[in-house]
Design a protein around this ligand. Sequence first.
Ligand SMILES: NC(=O)c1ccc[n+]([C@@H]2O[C@H](COP(=O)([O-])OP(=O)(O)OC[C@H]3O[C@@H](n4cnc5c(N)ncnc54)[C@H](O)[C@@H]3O)[C@@H](O)[C@H]2O)c1
Length: 254
Amino acid sequence: MGRLEGKIALITGIGGGMGRDAARRFAAEGAKVVGCDINAETLDETVRIVREEGGEIAGFGDIDLTDPDVTERWVAEAADVYGGIDILYNNAGIQRFAPIDELTVADWELNLKGELSIVFYAVRAAWKHLAQRRGVIVNIGSIAGIRGVEFAPQNVHGSAKAGVINLTQHLAVEGGPLGIRAVCISPGFVVTPATKFLVDNPPPAVEATWGRIPLRRVGQTSDIVNAAVFLASDEASWITGINLVVDGGGSVIG
Ligand SMILES: NC(=O)c1ccc[n+]([C@@H]2O[C@H](COP(=O)([O-])OP(=O)(O)OC[C@H]3O[C@@H](n4cnc5c(N)ncnc54)[C@H](O)[C@@H]3O)[C@@H](O)[C@H]2O)c1
C-alpha cells in the first residue's frame, strides 16, 4: 500500500522539474493526481509518463494560475474529477532575477504574483474542499526566502518566497481548527529545467556556493518530492506550519 493511497492530490506546475517528479511519485504512492500547467505540451508529457507507469492522473493544460478567475475555475473542476481535495501542492512559480536597480517594476510585480499571489489564489479556491476532508497544503518556498543568496540576484524571488513561508504559518493557524494542515518546503539549488542553464555553464560564484554545501552536491527533484510525500501523508498528521529546508545543509554553514 502506498503512503498516499486514495488521496486526491492537486499539484500545480506538473510540466516542470519538481512538479513532474511530484506527479509521478504521488501517483506511485497511490494518490489520484490532478495536475495543471500553463504549458499544455509539457503537461501532456507528464500525464503520458504517469499513465505509462500505471498511475492515476488527470491533467489540465493552458492554465495560468496568476489569473485568480482561472484558478478558481480550475480548482472547482479539479475537485470534481475524483470528488474532493486531500492535498493541494503549490509547486508552480515564475521568477525574475535582476540586480535591484535593474529590476523593473513590472518584473517585481510579476514575480510577486507568480510566486506569492499564485499560492493565495489556489488556497482560497481550495479551502472549503480541504476543510471537508481534513486536507493538507504543501507550499514550495526557497532558501532565498530565509536569507540572502550570493549568486544570481534573488531580491524579489526571496521576498515572494518569504511571503509563502509566512503565509504557510498563518494558514496553519487558521486551518488547524478545521483540520487543515499547511506546510512549506524550502529547497536549496535543485537541478530542473529552470536551473539547467546554470548547471550546464555555472559561473564561478555559483560553483563556489555549491562547493560549500556540507553534503557536497546540489539537489535533485527527488530530494524535494521525498519530503513532500512525507509531509502530505498521514505520517505527518501532527506537523503543521513548518518550513522544512531541504538544501544539503547549505543554509546552515557560516
Ligand atoms: N529549482 C530550484 O533550484 C528551486 C529552488 C528553490 C525553490 N524552487 C521552487 O520550486 C518550484 C518548482 O521549480 P522548478 O525548478 O521545478 O521550476 P520549473 O520551471 O521546472 O517548473 C515550474 C512549472 O510551473 C509552470 N508554471 C509557471 N508559471 C505558471 C502559471 N502561471 N500557471 C501554471 N503553471 C505555471 C511552468 O510551466 C513549469 O512547468 C517553484 O516554486 C520554484 O520557485 C526551485
